[in-house]
Design a protein around this ligand. Structure first.
Ligand SMILES: Nc1nc2c(ncn2[C@@H]2O[C@H](COP(=O)(O)OP(=O)(O)OP(=O)(O)O)[C@@H](O)[C@H]2O)c(=O)[nH]1
Ligand SMILES: [Mg+2]
Length: 700
């Protein structure tokens, strides 16, 4: 086995850490042009001849002082885990600000490499960065890279191996004399403790303590050295602030780092001042105080139009192919279990899910563009004032919009919210943002009950009403349960970037693969289960009596009718029929038959299962309509009012089990978990019932 080199990838948010790892390996880490894309550490392996390099992608951190849960992930890793090398990634465009973190990392005195990424953007501005000089000044290797053009990527590997083999470099960066004296003083005290025998480590801890790092303070708090160290520390706080006329030692260290970073920048970066750039011109329009919001809404509307209109063509073709396959197979295969399981169970179910793949991909394409171009941060900024009125923080916009894709990463994305109250409110209403998996149900019902030219608008209306409902509930939660204001909003505006086509393509391809895999495994198995439960047990007495009747009639029409009656009766007497009848009373007030009721419950496993279950149940229950598409079957079996009620249920009730378990993992309090598990279902039912009654009352 090769020797393993463990590398921690550290840097400020949005500098291209995840993109670099993707470029170095065949990993498909999620990337996006806004801060806080990565919220959980991820490991990726790169193999070379002699070494296996294990890279840990960490969430971006601005400084070593961690505030949000995702920053804590990165910091805990840096402080507590074993690794050989820190690979510090910085954005060449904002080098001096990024170097602030670099300087803090250098305090750790570990083997370190500086990767100056996005060098393509500097070169496009006809600028340059002197990597050699920067390397000499910092005392560590410096590599210029672009994850976009793959420039310098190979060099990273080589440098990692060289650095791993080489001796630790000497420290080159020092603070001013007054500060260094205090660091030395505290280091000496700390070294008396067996925990801090190592001089470099003791120095690092001393600096962190002077920097008022709470996590580090907690480390020494429980050690015998605490009292002595604490006394010295207090003395340092007061003497340094008095001597340098600052309020806090935190400011003193920060000022020193600003000065060093600024000097490093001046010594090594050569960029001509830009004229008024394109970014600002675009921003003048996109975050215009009056036009900004309508423009955003227009983009969203256009996306849902495209999702339906463009997706409709491949959807119909895929649906037809499956229907044709099922009809042909039903004729070819001998009558019996296999025939029925395939043509009434698995094929309709997989078809019902896969036919919506094009729509889902269009939606994901749009969301991906939002993430990649940098528009996400602008939209968050635009929505800030609006969201605040509903008791949400502007930054909550990112998880909320991610929720339109998939609720699981959206719950994780809520980690970027610093305040626990803001975070939990956001997570509690996130389910109201309809995820991509609910799209099939919507498109199916819209396709069955609305004319094509309205479909895109109806779809947009569904998503918007979900979002509005979410906002209303956020307000209610804020007023009733979490008094107080949401935290003020700080989010960086990254420059606009053209989407990386490779990243876009990889992302969509990956989603397609996962979706098809899910359809072929989970959905197919679920369908088989549903088919089994709805076909067995056979009631031979019933079958016999119908067979005799069927044989005795000559009229083909009546024959068909009898066959259908038999299928429907057998289905009702199957296991599933009994389960359905048991659940039915809950949904009866909404006009659902037991098949719809079962589909709704099955949808708790995954939302795609709603359509696949409907497909199976409406196939099994009707002997003569294998040739009809699902949309047609739904139109024949479901009333308009119930269809709307079903839409509302799907829009509001609990998300899938995967999402629910993510919520449980993120929120440890049992009371919140219980509340989260119950309230969406109650709300969903009440809303659906209200609308159902209203529609009936106006004579629909
Ligand atoms: N032009 C250019 N763009 C890049 C480069 N590397 C990354 N990007 C873009 O920069 C944005 C941020 O990339 P990510 O890889 O998500 O950044 P990150 O550092 O992992 O960000 P967090 O996970 O939020 O900390 C994306 O839009 C990338 O496409 C590069 O070398 N050149
Ligand atoms: Mg990342």
């Amino acid at each position: 086995m090769n020797k393993q080199i463990k590398v921690a990838i550290v840097g400020q948010p949005n500098v291209g850490k995840s993109s670099l790892i993707n470029a170095m390996s065949n990993a498909k880490l999620h990337v996006g042009n806004f801060t806080g894309v990565t919220v959980e550490k991820k490991e990726v392996f790169v193999k070379s001849d002699l070494f296996d390099i294990k890279m840990t992608d960490l969430p971006g951190i601005y400084a070593l002082n961690a505030y949000t849960p995702e920053e804590t992930v990165a910091k805990n890793f840096l402080l507590n885990e074993q690794y050989d090398i820190i690979l510090n990634v910085v954005d060449a465009n904002v080098l001096s600000r990024n170097l602030m973190l670099t300087l803090q990392l250098l305090d750790m005195h570990k083997k370190m490499i500086l990767v100056v990424n996005m060098i393509d953007e500097i070169e496009a501005k006809k600028g340059s960065i002197d990597a050699k000089k920067l390397s000499i000044l910092l005392g560590i290797p410096v590599i210029l890279t672009s994850a976009k053009t793959s420039q310098g990527i190979d060099e990273i590997n080589k440098t990692i191996i060289q650095t791993y083999r080489a001796k630790q470099n000497d420290n080159k960066i020092y603070y001013t004399q007054k500060v260094e004296e205090r660091i030395k003083e505290l280091t000496k005290v700390l070294q008396k403790s067996p925990h801090f025998k190592d001089k470099d480590y003791a120095r690092f801890i001393a600096i962190r303590l002077i920097d008022k790092d709470e996590n580090v303070y907690k480390i020494i708090h429980d050690l015998p050295i605490f009292i002595e160290a604490h006394n010295v520390l207090e003395k340092i706080y007061s003497s340094l602030t008095a001597e340098l006329d600052e309020d806090s030692t935190v400011d003193i260290l920060s000022n020193e780092r600003v000065a060093i970073a600024h000097n490093l920048h001046i010594e090594t970066v050569n960029i001509k001042e830009e004229s008024k750039n394109l970014n600002e011109k675009i921003d003048n329009l996109l975050i215009h105080p009056i036009l900004g919001l309508p423009i955003f809404l227009f983009f969203m509307w256009a996306l849902f139009q495209l999702t339906f209109v463009l997706g409709n063509y491949p959807m119909n073709i895929i649906g037809d192919i499956f229907t044709y396959t099922a009809t042909t197979l039903a004729d070819i295969l001998p009558n019996g279990t296999v025939n029925s399981a395939l043509t009434q169970g698995i094929i309709p179910a997989i078809s019902a899910v896969v036919m919506f793949l094009p729509n889902i991909l269009i939606l994901f394409f749009g969301l991906n563009l939002l993430e990649q171009t940098g528009y996400m941060s602008r939209a968050a900024y635009l929505m800030d004032g609006f969201l605040k009125r509903f008791g949400l923080q502007g930054k909550a916009f990112v998880p909320l919009v991610s929720g339109f894709g998939c609720t699981v990463p959206a719950y994780m994305a809520a980690r970027t919210l610093k305040n626990p109250k803001d975070r939990i409110i956001t997570m509690l209403v996130l389910g109201f943002m309809s995820c991509g998996a609910r799209l099939p149900v919507y498109i199916l019902l819209i396709g069955a009950f609305f004319p094509t030219h309205d479909a895109g608008n109806v779809l947009f209306a569904i998503y918007i009403s979900g979002a509005i409902l979410g906002l209303i509930f956020a307000k209610i939660l804020r007023v009733v349960l979490f008094k107080g204001e949401p935290e003020p909003f700080v989010m960086e505006m990254p420059p606009y970037r053209l989407p990386s086509y490779k990243a876009l393509y990889m992302d969509l391809w990956y989603k397609t693969k996962m979706f098809l895999k899910k359809a072929g495994t989970f959905i197919a198995l679920a369908a088989l289960g549903i088919w089994f439960l709805s076909t067995y047990p056979h009631n031979s007495a019933l079958e016999k009596s119908y067979e005799i009747k069927i044989q005795h009639t000559k009229n083909i029409q009546i024959k068909k009718q009898l066959q259908n009656e038999l299928s429907a009766k057998s289905l009702e007497e199957s296991y599933m029929g009994h389960i359905g009848k048991f659940i039915e009373p809950v949904f009866k007030p909404l006009g659902f038959d037991w098949r719809m009721s079962v589909s709704v419950i099955a949808g708790l496993a995954a939302k795609e299962v709603v359509v696949s279950t409907m497909a199976t149940l409406y196939s099994v229950g009707n002997a003569s309509n294998t040739s009809k598409g699902l949309i047609q079957k739904v139109r024949e079996n479901v009333s308009f009012n119930s269809a709307i009620a079903l839409l509302i249920i799907i829009m509001i009730y609990s998300p899938c089990v995967a999402a629910m378990s993510t919520f449980y993992a993120e929120i440890p309090q049992w009371a919140w978990r219980a509340f989260y598990t119950i309230y969406p279902n109650v709300v969903a039912w009440l809303f659906a019932y209200g609308v159902y009654r209203l529609l009936s009352a106006v004579g629909h």
